[in-house]
Design a protein around this ligand. Structure first.
Ligand SMILES: [Zn+2]
Length: 645
């Protein structure tokens, strides 16, 4: 960022000289300002050891109001300017979304005397103070004010649990690689809470847990879950499932369901071969009050599921591949990461160009490991894949935006809701990345006559260097080379066609190659039905091209679909269908009736305070995708979904 700003300034000065004459010529007619130069004085991160240990104390007891109170002691080696940074580019979020607006009450002192701080006007995550001569350390205190309503962001505390992210509750000194700054952290939790994190405990004093010193990148990568209702289960010798729940009954686990989670652990380790953690802790909240999340870390993951996860196991399919996905990230995303995504600190901009590997292949392994462990049935994953294949096949946005361009979406859109996601496209590198890896598996399987598969890529690319807890970046060429070592093929062209080019259809060769066919019937598959219940929507994506939520409020409209062409938008309310009050059943009946004739479906819409009637000339009936096996015997996909022995 430093270099870029300085470069811009030089160009500006040259430009001013070149345009001197025309600027003077129009001076009499209108004002023509020049940019006020910005001088970036924030030091760039260097691979140098920060002198001394930063100490952080977080008071996390105010769960009723969601206020985290932070006190930090930062050693200083010399007098002069010192810049403290609040993390901006968050690992796993892939974008500049550190919650800086939630930092408040910042006071910095030296020897008990206040030091005036100044926020950088361009990088508003940076606070600079002048350290007087003779000062050995400064103290910073502030609050992280977590959201008190969902409209403000994710909820981090409830009266019974909390979620502590060090990215939100620490400042760190600028000018050093995060791995070269040593931090000793401690946190005080409400009485009666138990806490879990990948950090190791040094000691406990009443409700305060003092953690062993770690480097700042490890601290940032080691959030804490704490709760009144807490359970810890061992899944593998060094892998643990830590659970907090809204109520004691929500964290009761039957032996059968626990066994599935143990299978996950065994199957993942069998797949990747090596492990890049000394111990791994799933941090799982079972709650409809704490905000939902799925965020990967090297030695842990933050996983938020709904209250029925353990107690109504068969009802919430959408949550069943969360743990397999996040666990896979310990290998794909944490140990291995795109070279342009790896940054030495949380100020240097991240570039997301290889997220179709980082997230796309994690999505792929998440679904496969869910089946191999029994967390999902094979039929359920086939249903999910049928939905994904159809959703991306029918998405209008693929005509203008490549999958590779969607890797910029965490920066472009920062996960805000969109009016027309099927046209704008979103973070499509997840699902379309997974479809690409299914195609890659089909190629390897075919050319190796069923002897090899992506099972050979996983240990070769992600499983190398057992016991290495560091990070090993890769490039596009490294991916191509590793694929070629599994099975010689023109992988560069294969990936460029699917990821870097505009294509009318998503990668779906794997369907026919495995002896399946994508079929449509008027009956929703189980994945659709489960999603409808979980999200409280009627999913008509594949017929009218829309989803209708509670009380008829439209939640999503597909670009160029029947609903779109009738002028329906997200947020429109469907008040009546064929002159009767809206209900999901009435809507289904109307679509089914229209299929047998030429009479359009009449709907009364409310948009703001305007009512209007429109006719939906759609006669295709209810329509849902299914993957149907059309040939005998196991194909590449069947072999891929089988558990490893
Ligand atoms: Zn992920």
């Amino acid at each position: 960022m430093n270099k870029r700003f300085r470069g811009a300034k030089e160009v500006l000065l040259l430009g001013a000289a070149c345009w001197l004459v025309p600027a003077m010529a129009i001076a009499a007619a209108s004002s023509a300002p020049q940019a006020d130069p910005y001088d970036d004085a924030i030091p760039v991160a260097r691979d140098l050891k920060y002198p001394g240990t930063v100490r952080v104390a977080v008071d996390a007891t105010d769960v009723m109001r969601g206020i985290f109170r932070v006190h930090e002691t930062v050693p200083v080696a010399q007098a002069g300017q010192l810049t403290l940074l609040y993390p901006k580019w968050l690992p796993g979020e892939h974008g500049p979304i550190g919650p800086i607006a939630s930092l408040a009450g910042l006071v910095i002192t030296a020897g008990g005397k206040p030091l005036a701080w100044k926020r950088d006007p361009v990088d508003v995550y940076a606070f600079t103070v002048d350290v007087p001569p003779g000062v050995r350390e400064i103290e910073a205190s502030f609050q992280f004010l977590s959201a008190t309503a969902e409209t403000q962001g994710r909820i981090d505390t409830t009266p019974d649990m909390l979620h502590l992210q060090w990215t939100a509750t620490t400042l760190y000194p600028a000018g050093y690689f995060a791995r070269r700054i040593t931090v000793e952290a401690k946190a005080t939790y409400p009485a009666g809470f138990k806490a879990a994190t990948a950090l190791e405990v040094a000691s406990v004093e009443a409700n305060t847990v003092i953690y062993k010193p770690v480097s700042y990148d490890v601290l940032v990568d080691s959030p804490v879950y704490a709760g009144r209702y807490f359970r810890r289960e061992q899944l593998c010798p060094n892998v643990f499932l830590n659970i907090v729940g809204d109520a004691p009954k929500l964290i009761e686990i039957s032996p059968d369901i626990l066994a599935l989670h143990r299978n996950l652990c065994r199957q993942a380790i069998k797949l990747f071969g090596a492990q890049h953690y000394d111990h791994y802790d799933f941090l799982l909240s079972v709650s409809d009050r704490l905000g939902s999340i799925g965020l990967e870390h090297h030695r842990s993951s933050e996983d938020g599921v709904g209250p029925g996860y353990f107690t109504e196991w068969d009802r919430h399919l959408g949550d069943h591949d969360l743990l397999p996905h996040e666990f896979s990230h310990s290998w794909n995303g944490k140990f291995r990461r795109g070279a342009d995504l790896w940054t030495p600190d949380y100020r240097t901009p991240m570039r997301d160009s290889l997220l179709w590997v980082y997230e796309g292949q994690t999505q792929f392994w998440g679904e496969i490991l869910a089946v191999r462990s029994g967390l999902m049935s094979k039929a359920d994953v086939l249903d999910e894949l049928a939905v994904v294949a159809t959703t991306y096949g029918e998405a209008a946005g693929r005509s203008w935006r490549t999958v590779e361009d969607t890797t910029n979406d965490p920066i472009v859109a920062q996960r805000r809701p969109k009016p027309w996601p099927s046209w704008q496209r979103s973070e499509d590198y997840y699902d379309e990345g997974a479809l690409t890896w299914l195609d890659a598996n089909a190629v390897v399987d075919r050319l190796s006559l069923g002897k090899k598969s992506m099972n050979d890529f996983a240990p070769a690319f992600f499983g190398m260097k057992d016991g290495d807890f560091g990070e090993l970046p890769y490039t596009f060429d490294d991916v191509v080379k590793a694929l070629d070592q599994v099975q010689p093929y023109d992988w560069a062209s294969f990936l460029k066609q699917r990821i870097y080019s505009l294509r009318p259809r998503p990668p779906l060769d794997w369907i026919a190659e495995a002896g399946y066919r994508l079929d449509f019937t008027s009956q929703p598959n189980r994945w659709v039905t489960s999603g409808e219940k979980d999200r409280n929507v009627l999913d008509l994506s594949f017929s009218l091209g829309m989803q209708v939520g509670k009380e008829g409020v439209v939640g999503r409209v597909n670009w160029d679909g029947p609903a779109f062409n009738a002028g329906i938008t997200t947020g429109t309310t469907v008040v009546a269908i064929d002159d009767h009050t809206y209900s999901d059943d009435a809507m289904r009946d109307a679509i089914a009736s229209a299929a047998s004739g030429k009479v359009p479906i009449r709907v009364l819409l409310k948009q703001g305070n305007l009512f209007r009637s429109v006719e939906l000339a759609y006669h295709g009936g209810l329509r849902y995708p299914h993957l149907v096996k059309v040939s005998e015997g196991d194909g590449a996909l069947d072999r891929l979904l089988a558990p490893l022995r």
